[in-house]
Design a protein around this ligand. Structure first.
Ligand code: CTP
Ligand code: CA
Length: 224
């Protein structure tokens, strides 16, 4: 405990962290996914653990090593991520959603490999459940942190998501044009109902430590 220092502050707290992309199947050999590497989520899981939290990491497919002292549950689809998150969050105080959850899945996954045709092809997509919104409805007292990756109107979209999903805090970053995804550094604009703070461009591991400190601060302010 001494190693955690006075700023540990999350001892006795169970935090569930979602991370990485999801993978939505099209047929037995194909899927839809996105450019999330999982780096920010894994770094944040490690930083929350370093502050004394018990951390369960619900991870989509990534090529990253599990942070020391963190329990990891591997999933592929958004539906699996929702199930695993629900189970892990039952006795948790905090949920941090860093995962780039696919907004849609294929309506009817083909049982066999789809054959090439000369006249093109269409995929029919249906909306996936929103993991953070589902967990807010199930556990009103959970402290929920969201992420927002935006290519335009960052503050407006982040504030909208904060309100719409009834989050306690949201960390927003610019994406596209070589920013954020699959990089080792990032910058964040963090919003909560009563304020905001900018975390300057830094290595994702350093940024994760700063964000974990801010999460601990806001968690204590809310429960004080
Ligand atoms: N999220 C989630 N479940 C989903 C979609 C998103 O839990 N099905 C979470 C993400 O992990 C993130 C936050 O919600 O913490 C915001 O994700 P984002 O994709 O930016 O928001 P959406 O509501 O999907 O809006 P849009 O993609 O239209 O910007
Ligand atoms: Ca989305």
């Amino acid at each position: 405990a001494a190693l955690l220092g006075a700023g540990g502050a999350l001892s006795g707290i169970k935090a569930v962290v979602t991370a990485g992309p999801t993978r939505e199947p099209i047929d037995p050999v194909r899927f839809i996914t996105n450019r999330s590497s999982g780096k920010m989520g894994y770094a944040l899981a490690a930083a929350l653990r370093a502050r004394g939290a018990e951390v369960v990491l619900i991870s989509g497919p990534t090529s990253l090593a599990t942070p020391a002292g963190v329990a990891r549950v591997d999933v592929e689809t958004a539906a699996q991520m929702l199930d695993a998150t629900r189970s892990a969050a039952v006795d948790a105080q905090m949920l941090v959603g860093t995962a780039a959850v696919a907004d849609y899945r294929v309506d009817a996954v083909a049982e066999h490999k789809i054959k090439k045709r000369d006249d093109g092809a269409q995929l029919s997509l249906v909306k996936n459940p929103d993991i953070l919104a589902e967990l807010r409805a199930a556990q009103p007292d959970l402290f929920i942190v969201g992420f927002a990756a935006e290519t335009e109107k960052l503050a407006e979209h982040a504030r909208d998501k904060l309100a719409r999903k009834k989050l306690d805090l949201i960390a927003a970053n610019w994406v596209g044009d070589g920013k954020a995804f699959d990089r080792d550094d990032n910058a964040l604009q963090v919003f909560w109902p009563g304020g905001e703070r900018a975390l300057a461009q830094a290595a994702k591991t350093d940024l994760a430590r700063e964000l974990a400190a801010l999460i601990a601060e806001r968690y204590q302010a809310r429960t004080a």
